[in-house]
Design a protein around this ligand. Sequence first.
Ligand SMILES: Cc1cc2nc3c(=O)[nH]c(=O)nc-3n(C[C@H](O)[C@H](O)[C@H](O)COP(=O)(O)O)c2cc1C
Ligand code: SF4
Length: 366
Amino acid sequence: MSVLFSAYRIGTLTLENRFIRSATHEYMASEDGFVTDQMLHFYQRLARGRIGLIIPGFAYIHPRGKSSPRQAAIYDDRFIPGYEQLVDVIHREGGKVALQIVHGGRQCEPEQCGGMPLAPSAVEDPAVGLVPQALTEQEILEIKEPFVRAAERVRRAGFDAVQLHCAHGYLLSEFISPHTNRRTDKWGGSTENRTRLIVEIVREIRHVLGRDYPVLIKLNSEDGLKRGGLTPRESVKVARLIAEAGIDAIEVSGGIREAGAVAARLNVLSPEKEAYFRKAAAKIKATTGLPVVLVGGIRSRSVMESLISGGTADFISMSRPFIREPDLVVKMQDQNKQVADCISCNGCFDPNGIRCALITDQETKV
Ligand SMILES: Cc1cc2nc3c(=O)[nH]c(=O)nc-3n(C[C@H](O)[C@H](O)[C@H](O)COP(=O)(O)O)c2cc1C
Ligand code: SF4
């Protein structure tokens, strides 16, 4: 049997295979952040695809951290019943599900977050020409609580795990980046200082949820900037600090908005172009000893198997291939399919609900 279909653990959680659906904003929540029937339908289909762990798109932990239209919210107890339904739909199909929680920080659209975007420092984002508002020390302290309360709600709603979004240029990834974090107090400067907020949030989540509840992190291994951003070398140090704070697994990604298509690279059409964060993943795995989830342009079975057998990663995480083929794992397992059909064109970002632009009859509506 291929290693891809062997069970493996993340903390107390056993996944039946090595496939993870990386968090993907579906643009399917209601405008005020509630789970909709469209979302339930979408995830039911995905859950029938035998993916070891499904991670829905980023749920915002505070109204000032909402970055995108039709994004799901988790800042209040009133959102829990919708998530209970979502968890139920996935569990009934035999799937497992974790929720990714986020504060959008500097990458929020002002009309979504109700004011100037918040960030560690007032560094202009050339992608949109906006200078965010730098958080005061008091505001940094106050941001920890909504993350912890959101993680508690994730558990109460019945999710199998929670994932902290510390990648792609959103607030927590802005703190670890020397480009977006220019602070001179204890939250900026050294790697330890820039990682402090994440470390404190992880410790507080652990304190509240206990040792046994699986807590994952999606972490940037680089910002993808030519100069001045987080580098793969520094990300290994960051990962070690976060691992010591008590995380169960690290999903390795990269990129911030202003660097362009770094996280979801275009035209990944040959095995050599696949798994573009693999070097950092191998170092993070060797340094932390934690299960590593690798995401970013993984498309073919031979690459997947060599990543796991060669000790680069423990889990294969994908986003776009599962938009095009929600049943990709079933096809790989039952029909020996070798390569995902996705051509990495990024035509799937659709404000009415993600869908593969190359498939005309794809169901995304109820
Ligand atoms: C439509 C779309 C929405 C995404 N939303 C999220 C998100 O909410 N959270 C996140 O961590 N990454 C998000 N991503 C990035 C993916 O999870 C993944 O890291 C990236 O697409 C690379 O993996 P892939 O090559 O398998 O698509 C999104 C990607 C796409 C295409
Ligand atoms: S539009 Fe379809 S083929 Fe293009 S990246 Fe998205 S899922 Fe893949």
